[in-house]
Design a protein around this ligand. Structure first.
Ligand code: MTE
Length: 312
């Protein structure tokens, strides 16, 4: 049985009927009218027929989902500015068509339109936590596919050890990219066994609809056991390599942001504590958990490694 069939059909159909009846996502139903009039929850029409997808019951939460209004209007997307209020600017990003390259140490490089890629993949919904290195957090329903399915499609060569991911480069649209002190384009990487871990996910949707632009349409990584900066948005290229990639934040400030960036409440950032976090939409702080609560799923990946190298 494919994982996406894990939720009983009745639940899936009920959700679909409700969404159809209201015309908005279930979880967006209580958005107050004081929010700026325009459409922060506007989803681009990328493979819209796939949403909402069946929920995979293996990935559920111990906490409430964050309110969609908070999640969709409080973003880090430096391409559009270095503050949180970028959702409107991000609407200028054209996401259809969106060409994606899969190249490097692979059997045969692939160039494919994002919508075609998404339609080839086993789409499912998963409820995931997200912990930003800045100590805010959220819990969201992503829709998408396991990154290991993309790795399978790519057929990496035996010598490939890492997967490098690149964001678009469009300084005419994304004005943050005109700031030349940043090492654009945004780049992130994973070790290949991290990329093929069951938790590593490519998000193509959120709150039961295609993913909005400010959250990284049309393809965005979600690796919930790592600090949020690893979850690169709006990916245009997946490259298989044999050397550890130097990611965007590591290039900028390697004393503060490392390659592994696994969540650990006991290892402080050089400038602040990582012991607690503030969930979006709440006024309280809650304790941060080792690997953001995903110890069982990922601890094995790091069992023989020096802890001082994997928690920043
Ligand atoms: N991806 C790109 N391309 N550009 C960015 O600035 N910010 C990262 C990550 N992915 C970022 C990015 C950081 S620091 C975080 S915490 C998350 O995206 C924020 O995701 P959200 O805005 O969807 O909550």
């Amino acid at each position: 049985m494919p994982e996406r069939d894990a939720t009983p059909e009745s639940i899936f159909l009920n959700r679909r009927q409700l969404l159809g009846a209201t015309g908005i996502g279930l979880l967006a139903a209580n958005v107050p009218s004081t929010v700026r009039a325009s459409n922060y929850d506007a989803s681009p029409e990328v493979a819209p027929e796939l949403y909402p997808a069946r929920q995979n019951a293996n990935y559920v939460l111990d906490r409430e989902l964050s309110p969609s209004r908070d999640v969709l209007t409080y973003n880090n997307f430096y391409e559009f500015g270095s503050h949180k209020d970028i959702w409107e600017r991000a609407q200028n990003l054209p996401v259809k068509p969106w060409m994606v390259k899969i190249d490097g140490m692979v059997a045969k490089p692939i160039e494919i339109e994002a919508e075609d890629l998404i339609r080839k993949m086993p789409i499912e919904e998963r409820l995931y936590r997200h912990r930003c290195v800045e100590a805010w957090s959220m819990a969201v329903p992503w829709t998408g596919f396991p990154l290991k399915e993309l790795v399978k499609l790519a057929e990496p060569q035996a010598g490939a050890k890492y997967l490098e991911m690149r964001c678009f480069m469009k300084p005419d649209i994304a004005r943050g990219q005109r700031q030349r002190w940043y090492p654009w384009p945004y780049l992130e990487g994973l070790r290949l066994d991290e990329a093929t871990n069951d938790l590593a996910f490519i998000a193509t949707g959120i709150y039961g609809k295609p993913i909005v632009k400010q959250m990284g349409a049309p393809l965005r990584l979600a690796v919930p056991w790592k600090y949020g900066f690893k979850s690169i948005k709006s990916i245009v290229q997946f490259t298989f390599v044999d050397k550890q990639p130097m990611s965007f934040w590591e290039q900028l400030q390697s004393r503060e942001y490392g390659f592994y960036a696994n969540v650990n409440p006991e290892v402080d950032h050089p400038r602040w504590s990582q012991a607690t976090e503030k969930p979006l939409g709440q006024n309280n702080r809650v304790p941060t958990l080792l690997y953001n609560g995903y110890v069982e799923e990922v601890a094995d990946l790091y069992k023989n490694m020096d802890p001082s190298k994997i928690f920043y």
